[in-house]
Design a binder for this molecule. Sequence first.
Ligand code: DGJ
Length: 752
Amino acid sequence: MGIIVHEAQKSFHLYNGEISYILAVLPDGSMGQLYCGKRIHDREDYSYFLEGCIRSHSAVIEDDGTGYSLEHLRQEYPVYGSSDYRLGAVEILQGSGSRLVNFVYEGYTTEAGKRMLPGLPSAVAKEADAETLRLILRDPAALLKLELLYTIFEKENVIVRSARITNEGNEAVDVTRAMSLCLDLPDAEYDWIQFSGSWGRERFPRLHRLEQGICSVGSLRGNSSHQHNPFVILKRPHTDEMQGEALGISLIYSGNFLIQAEVDTYGVTRMTAGIHPEWFTWHLGKSASFQTPEALLTFSNKGLNGLSQTLHRFYRDYLIRSSWALRPRPVLINNWEATFFDFNEEKLLRIAKKAVECGVEMFVLDDGWFGGRRSDCAGLGDWTPARELLPDGIKGLSEKIEALGMRFGLWIEPEMVNPDSDLFRSHPDWILHIPGRRASLTRHQCVLDFSRPEVVEHIYRALSGVIRESRISYIKWDMNRSITECFSAALAPERQGEVFHRYILGVYSLYERLTQAFPDILFESCAGGGGRFDAGMLCYAPQAWCSDNTDAVERMKIQYGTSYGYPVSSIGSHVSAVPNDQVGRITPLATRAAVAYFGTFGYELDLNLLTEEELEEVRSCTAFMKEYRELIQFGDFYRLVSPFEGDEMAWMTVSEDGSRALVGHYRILNHANEPFTRLRLAGLKEDSCYEVSILSGDGKNEVSYGKHFGDELMHAGLVTSTVYSGKTGPYARPSGDFTSELYLLRSIDAYE
Ligand code: DGJ
């Protein structure tokens, strides 16, 4: 790994064992992009990669016959408004009224390692693990400085990038666009994959071929959103899960975002990612700086599974700051779908007692424990335990739960307030709203103005008081509405364009304070399910509630889609009751568990309502998860069969040394007289012999599938044909809808 600088050519080659990223100063002093992809040899001069040519109807910088036009050049941080007609990465409104900037290269620095960006979620790495390049550019006319930061990592095919703009003049300017990343790729032979959906069906992969023109995803909701995710893949058309090239771009940010591909008339693809420029301006006074969020770029030539595995490892090793990053997650029970708002201490303890008997390790009290919060109409913002429900407060309940032999977790929604609350009555101007206009409500609640430090301070004091006096091991941080009427009563008119970004900076500052004050607490982020499942949140909360939709069949798609960009250890997944609360479907408990295993795992139902037989199943599911959670949450995860393509789904996880693996295979709807099917596994050691067992979803009914070599299992595959009745071979396949099987593989070489 390293950064090779060719001083004469003013070019920079960032490389590790697998990838190269090459950029150089262009003749006009701006930065050009030469190459991004599989590692290539270094050479003194790569300027032949800069394809420029004289074309008719192009604007040229000088009328010198060279035809030098930015429109034809691949750039690193381009600007619209001179000779490039594509959308740029930066735009700054100056006192004159002009928005054009022209940054010219001045110099660079390099340093070992990667530092955090202050106040923003960002990767961090030790000196031996990464190297950082800082390019310094200036616009002498506008008196602005631009720093472009790039970090390459030794062990992962990842480059992280950001930009910083400083006003070196005496007059204030307004930054109206400042993307975190811009990458001009030499062709457009790509499929674009975005992860989109809505509440209850988050992050479904959507694929289409790039064409001339613009395609983009983004959010203007103030949270990264259920609708679109700040993560996009570009893959070559022939690339599939197991082979081929792909690029991933992820924005380490949780607010308004834009990720965009612009394919120009010459087939060049310009990728940009950053804060959405709509409703964004940043007023930059004398000597002030604006730091963009960080964006991540990853390259894979091992298919989409290779790309996902890089992201999974990278987030665990370099992004998640929590002490829980690499620790197996506790099996928990959450009371939300069991009770909703209808609970008291006695009812909660009854659920907790049953859960302890089933081996569950943590009890989580969800919404409704504070102030006048007996429904979602009132009380949000009043973080005082409701004594009529919990006579000894959260302190008392948490002690009683611990006395049962479980850890205790608590739900909070710090960013919100109901108008019917003491907090709102005493501080009506603490919500985001435009004075004199209506403030729209969602779920009867308003958004607190987290751009104001005093609001964040108040919430910090209220919540830290409850946490400090109680025995709290886990916090679920919810956020149940998006932002409307974005305006802060505390900011000057010229700063109103900063509110969306300042809001999310306020959220990060509260996360920072709470996670530092309580470093052992496991945080789970949540936004009405998966409305803020992004790399920014992961930095503070190593897991996220993936969706409010807990139906096992729907969850297959949601968890499968989420796994493209996020590790299994981050995917909050629970077994809930049937008929399912969101879709009314009845699925077997074993299948609900077999889906939830591939995540953090827990329960969300009243165990007292189960039969003794079902409780026995819960016991064995819990025991199974405890035994295999390390393998599941931290192994190499492979998507095998997509639930978006038929009535079958399969995924697997393999331990780092290849000695153990667990396969989840699911039949959604059964069909009569089906063709024979095989399931080809992945990630095994070809020459290792594996003992294979088939288990039902609850981890029981183990049947041997014999001993097989890794190459057999990967190239010939497991025989998985469903047989409606009777037996083929040594075992009977389950029949009916919504069935599941687990295959457990142990390498005999490793254990003998
Ligand atoms: C939305 C979350 O996603 C649910 O799990 C639950 O915590 C509710 N909010 C509580 O209001």
